[in-house]
Design a protein around this ligand. Structure first.
Ligand SMILES: [Mn+2]
Length: 427
């Protein structure tokens, strides 16, 4: 069965890099059908990392909802309307099914071949040499589109008295048959989560797919599981540090490319070991990876930082969405977004636009408030733009600058520094 490895939505370099490297490790340790994916658009820095180390970037995927096309029973015949009815009936008998879909010369679905529907033929003078297309066919009450989400059509199909559902593509061409019992089966793939464990932060559709493994360095808010799963968590600065440790524990030496990608994930998440989340193990794993990829942590960081500043290259909406996390705590819903930007002047120039975009996001997502943390990893400071709930804003411990943004000298981590202050401001 296929396994997807995926980081959180609004992906950052650590989540994409750790997914890539863990897929490499899992392939080496015997999982054959495994694919690292990126939950949404590949971030510019991660794209640079894959190009720099000369590997194909992980595929961007918008969701993991099971689609109708995933449930099609392979090998079930589709009948061409031009074949003689007698041959079609032989195919029907051989299939063991009670009906089969029929398509015309263009491949378009025209009806189901079903014995019940043919009774009138046998009552009269049955000429079984007529083409199927000329025989009475059952006009299906439920034709499925191959791109339909199973989630949306499951209950309709289960209530439908028929057991066979023809599936058509966008052009109406028949592509196969889904049997009713397929709706009761487990999804045809499973997930490994890296760099997050909360379903709310994961790729859309995650709630419907079994998770078989988690590798993460965040707080644990994972739902209870039915079966045992592999869970690797530790207090380190980067998920890539954990994946590097797993390579070593398995006695596997990463390739030059994989080592470089892991190194990039570590320096991106620890801001070159300056972040308070950074640990001695992040450094020691980096030293090992530097030797294998023959590059230094500093040079990889410099390469990533040279990738366009988010505020110069994106709209306010895109910049906010690029790394935004949704929380529901103490009865409040809020989002904390973060961008890395070495030019605070550019942030001040766009502050009004960003504030408008945040107000829109508050309304669209039914939030109590939203904050944008703009972090300069080179100088080791952040500033915070806050919109919404005034009581929370007043309770934050930061001093305000001349244009009303909060100044956060020495603050780099949303998770370790901002989030605890926000949670205590909720009272
Ligand atoms: Mn991370």
């Amino acid at each position: 069965m296929k396994t997807f490895i995926c980081g959180h939505r609004n992906p950052d370099t650590d989540s994409v890099a750790s997914a890539y490297a863990l897929a490499d490790l899992r392939r080496r340790t015997g999982m054959d059908d495994v694919e690292a994916i990126c939950a949404g658009r590949l971030p510019a820095k991660a794209k640079w990392v894959f190009e720099h180390f000369g590997v194909e970037p992980v595929r961007a995927k918008m969701d993991v909802y099971v689609r109708v096309r995933d449930l099609i029973t392979p090998g079930l015949p589709m009948i061409d309307s031009s074949v003689p009815l007698v041959d079609a009936l032989r195919q029907l008998e051989a299939s063991g099914e009670s009906s089969l879909p029929v398509r015309n010369g263009e491949g378009v679905f025209i009806g189901m071949l079903s014995p019940a529907k043919l009774l009138s033929l046998f009552i009269g003078k049955a000429d079984l040499t007529i083409p199927v297309g000329a025989a009475p066919l059952h006009h299906c009450s439920q034709v499925l589109a191959d791109s339909d989400k199973v989630h949306d059509i499951r209950s309709i199909c289960i209530r439908n008295p028929h057991n066979h559902f023809p599936v058509v593509d966008e052009a109406g061409r028949l592509v196969g048959t889904v049997l009713k019992r397929a709706f009761a089966e487990e999804p045809p793939y499973r997930m490994i989560l890296v760099d997050h464990n909360e379903t709310d932060q994961g790729i859309p559709g995650l709630e419907e797919v079994p998770v078989v493994e988690v590798v993460d360095h965040h707080r644990i808010a994972f739902a209870a599981t039915k079966a045992p799963i592999r869970y690797t968590a530790d207090v380190v600065g980067s998920t890539c540090t954990l994946v590097a440790r797993m390579f070593r524990a398995a006695g596997e030496r990463p390739s030059r490319q994989t080592a470089g990608i892991l190194l990039a994930g570590i320096v991106a998440d620890t801001l070159l070991f300056q972040s308070p989340t950074s640990t001695a193990e992040d450094r020691s794993m980096s030293t090992w990876l530097e030797k294998i990829c023959a590059e230094t942590a500093e040079s990889v960081m410099a390469g990533m930082m040279a990738v366009d500043s988010p505020l110069a290259s994106m709209s306010a909406d895109q910049a906010l969405a690029s790394d935004s996390k949704l929380y529901a705590e103490a009865g409040k819903r809020f989002m904390l977004a973060q961008i890395e930007e070495t030019k605070f002047a550019l942030f001040h120039k766009h502050a009004a636009e960003l504030a408008d975009a945040m107000d829109k996001s508050i309304a669209a997502n039914a939030l109590d408030f939203m904050a944008l943390m703009v972090t300069d990893p080179v100088r080791g400071n952040s500033e915070l733009l806050f919109r919404g709930d005034k009581a929370v804003s007043r309770a934050l411990p930061y001093r305000k600058g001349p244009d009303g943004t909060f100044l956060m000298p020495g603050v780099l981590s949303r998770k370790k520094q901002l989030l605890p202050e926000v949670l205590s401001a909720l009272g």
